[in-house]
Design a binder for this molecule. Structure first.
Ligand SMILES: *Cc1c(COP(=O)(O)O)cnc(C)c1O
Length: 344
């Protein structure tokens, strides 16, 4: 049996040997009292990388988004986000359940973009007894559900301006921020210059076993740190995990464009197969969504691929997702395309 290709998500990427070695020899301390030197180094490096004042290590991207919402939006204020955003769909409604924030959504188009004029129309400044006041605008880049599409600097700035002109802060769910920056060919710090707080994941395509970072001003991060404790995310010798995060930042960012090349190769290969449709314009980073209009359902194709040792994610009745990461090589893509051909 050949090696299993886990393409369900880039989160399936397992820690590299360098990460495992760094974890084994990490210098640690108590991170709840902010004494873990490796966590402190990771937080400082992350902030520096994105041109912000301070950083916070959190166990997950979900917690990163939630502590940012808690840090930026006053209790009871309304959050505006894209209707297809991860925070709205996949984070158990934490913004409402824990944060006490109602949510208003703007449609995400095929590329994950929101119409700035529509966002503007959703903002409510307060002062009307019927309305919650808008507390936060939440963006996502790259856009998970919209196939890993990228929002460029100008699009980001336009949406930030709409919010900031109304005194509303902006948080970026940048779980795959470095994929977006690589696709645009710019340093990530340029892409986040207009944003207030940013979450990015160490545990997606960067392959760390656990963890995400939040960056922002010192004051915002102090509040986020309090929120992390409230949520039970204060960890003790977390430097063991942060050590892998440092390797992720040092060694895994610059290679992301390889995943993007492999994604394009896979997308072209799949698009040539009858019954498989790929919206090529949306293949911008490391995710490939295929829409099926053949005899077999996505569930059936997913199960059949699983028998070939290829794991994918099924999105609804006729959509299937392949995620690229460092453990999926160009020759693996040939194998995936051959397997799909055999199935249909
Ligand atoms: C994965 C992901 C998250 C959440 O990260 P977890 O570490 O799984 O909690 C948030 N936003 C986006 C866009 C993601 O892809």
């Amino acid at each position: 049996m050949s090696r299993i290709l886990d393409m369900r998500g880039d989160w399936a990427a397992q820690p590299t040997d360098a990460m495992r070695q760094a974890m084994a020899s990490a210098v640690v301390g108590d991170d709840v009292t902010h004494e873990d030197p490796t966590v402190i180094e990771l937080e400082e490096r992350s902030a520096e990388l994105l041109g912000k004042e301070a950083g916070l290590f959190v166990p997950s991207g979900t917690m990163g988004n939630l502590v940012s919402i808690l840090a930026l939006a006053p209790y009871g204020s309304e959050v505006i986000a894209g209707d297809q955003s991860h925070a709205v769909i996949y984070e158990v409604g934490g913004y409402a359940v824990i944060g006490g924030h109602p949510m208003r959504t703007a449609p995400n188009d095929r590329f994950g973009m929101m119409d700035p004029e529509f966002v503007q129309s959703l903002i409510r400044p307060g002062g009307n007894i019927h309305f919650p006041k808008t507390g936060l605008l939440l963006l996502e880049n790259s856009h998970n559900v919209r196939g890993g599409c990228v929002m460029n600097v100008e699009q980001t700035r336009t949406l930030c301006d709409v919010a900031h002109n109304a005194g509303v802060p902006v948080h970026l769910d940048g779980s795959r921020l470095f994929n977006a920056a690589a696709a645009l060919g710019i340093p990530a710090r340029e892409l986040v210059a207009d944003l207030d707080t940013i979450t990015f994941c160490l545990s997606k395509g960067l392959a760390a076993p656990v963890g995400s970072m939040v960056v922002g001003t010192q004051e915002q991060i102090d509040r986020a740190r309090g929120a992390r404790k409230l949520l039970g995310g204060g960890m003790r010798q977390a430097g063991v995990l942060a050590a892998a995060g440092l390797v992720a930042i040092d060694q895994m960012i610059d290679r992301l464009s390889e995943d993007h090349e492999n994604a394009r190769k896979l997308a072209h290969g799949l698009a040539d197969i009858p019954g498989f449709n790929v919206d090529m314009e949306t293949v911008q980073t490391n995710l490939v969504f295929a829409d099926l209009d053949g005899e077999k359902s996505a569930d059936e194709i997913g199960a059949a691929l699983e028998e070939h040792g290829i794991r994918t994610s099924v999105f609804g009745a006729d959509r299937i997702r392949f995620a690229l990461h460092y453990q999926i090589s160009s020759s693996d893509i040939d194998r995936v395309i051959n397997s799909v051909r055999q199935l249909v």
